[in-house]
Design a binder for this molecule. Sequence first.
Ligand code: IMP
Ligand code: MG
Length: 199
Amino acid sequence: MRRNAASTSALGENGHRSYTQRVRDAAVGKILVQQDELAHRVRELGREISRDYRDEEIFLVGVLKGAVFFLSDLMRHLDVPCQVDFMAVASYGSSTDSSGVVRILKDLDAPIEGRKVLIVEDIVDSGLTLSYLLRTLWARNPASVEVCALLTKPERRKVELPIRYVGFEIPNRFAVGYGLDHGERYRNLPYVAALAEGP
Ligand code: IMP
Ligand code: MG
């Protein structure tokens, strides 16, 4: 049986349950990717990317806010020169479904012309957000644009996209933790879990 990271941790020093335990009880369901599996895969991805970009400089584009946790861990496993910048986009739609109509809330600070861009995303669901980002960034004449996504839900894909690096394929469940939110909550969970099904 898989170890359940949240339920095995004992009460804290002061006898209170940790925040992680409390939020898990309320709305967080089955763990989809354990903390140690995340760490292991992120290290592997870092090695693979470093090999592929040997002797080159990578321009990492992190997609706020979800990718921040993954990106900061991934960067520490890159041993090629790299720079980092962020974009924030909002996709119109419900809290669990994006519409493909995307608005840039924060753009990159500098041009990417001639750069080798690597988009770092938390999750590719329908693919609509990423498809918009790819079009937008390609229009700025970079040398290349590749994608590294921690998670992908292949069953939900509406547009096929070239995703060069994928951490994990997950089933069609709404995921939270390790950067992923539901209504801005649960990003701080150290693992990826499915949102609990309603009563
Ligand atoms: P897409 O445009 O449908 O591919 O959705 C992309 C964005 O929606 C991701 O970058 C996430 O911010 C968010 N998203 C999609 N699925 C999930 C999920 O299961 N949990 C949390 N956020 C998600
Ligand atoms: Mg995102």
